[in-house]
Design a protein around this ligand. Structure first.
Ligand SMILES: Nc1ncnc2c1ncn2[C@@H]1O[C@H](COP(=O)(O)OP(=O)(O)OP(=O)(O)O)[C@@H](O)[C@H]1O
Ligand SMILES: [Mg+2]
Length: 225
């Protein structure tokens, strides 16, 4: 479903060149629950951002289904991301003035889905992440763990092909981390949602079904469990 071929990424500010990715080849199938691990600066965020169309490679191809997103224009990418990819960020990135329900609903509004569908799906997703009784709370009225569960519900609202998460548990305590992992694994196993996430957390790595280790912008190992 995701086919990354010979990706290179060099950041160049005119003075300094940083070779963040140096020839990455990887294939990710539907239904995977895959962790990308590696030392700080190894290229995990760069790789996730390129797979998600948030950044463009210097060289190489990223096929998502039948689409080579490395060839899309900025406007085409915005549209593609909206309809195909869900994102969860380290710092939750919820919209502070919107409630949990409104945050989850937001991308469905952009997709012009009708109100009945929006309401049904929002309720179902917030229940699935254990927040059925918190739907009218704003982010600052929720714990970090609750906010990140809203972010997972939001990532799924647009019916993406897969969810990318860059260190989703980095700001969570161990209980909230375990809780979020339980929810993500359940969505993976019961609804066949594909998750690809980066992490430094051994407890998260332990629960991944495939672990891809990146070092110096290259894949060092790729282990399915
Ligand atoms: N926008 C940018 N401009 C210049 N260099 C960048 C940029 N983004 C990342 N880099 C560099 O690219 C390399 C890879 O960075 P990246 O953020 O992908 O690493 P990471 O594995 O996610 O690290 P961490 O575990 O600390 O999040 C690093 O050397 C980093 O300094
Ligand atoms: Mg990173």
């Amino acid at each position: 479903m995701i086919q990354v071929t010979n990706i290179h990424k060099t950041y160049d500010d005119g003075k300094v060149q940083v070779r963040a990715l140096r020839g990455i080849d990887v294939q990710i199938e539907e239904g995977e629950f895959t962790a990308i691990v590696g030392p700080s600066g190894s290229g995990k965020t760069t790789l996730l951002n390129i797979i998600g169309g948030l950044d463009t490679p210097t060289q190489g191809d990223v096929m998502i289904g039948e689409t080579n997103i490395a060839q899309l224009s900025e406007n085409e990418l915005i549209d593609f991301r909206l309809n195909h990819i869900g994102f969860v960020f380290q710092s939750y990135n919820l919209i502070p003035v919107l409630t949990a329900k409104e945050n989850v609903e937001f991308l469905m509004l952009l997709q012009k889905r009708d109100e009945t569908e929006r309401n049904e799906r929002t309720t179902k997703l917030l229940q699935a992440v254990g927040l059925g009784d918190q739907i009218n709370k704003k982010p600052n009225e929720m714990s970090g763990g609750q906010q990140q569960r809203v972010a997972v519900a939001r990532a799924l609202a647009s019916k993406p092909d897969f969810v990318l998460a860059d260190e989703p548990t980095a700001n969570l305590d161990s209980t909230s981390t375990a809780n979020l992992l339980d929810i993500m694994l359940r969505l993976n196993e019961e609804e066949n949602i594909t998750f690809v996430f980066s992490t430094h957390d051994q407890r998260v790595i332990d629960r991944a079904k495939r672990v891809i280790t990146v070092e110096d912008g290259k894949i060092l190992s790729d282990v399915a469990k």
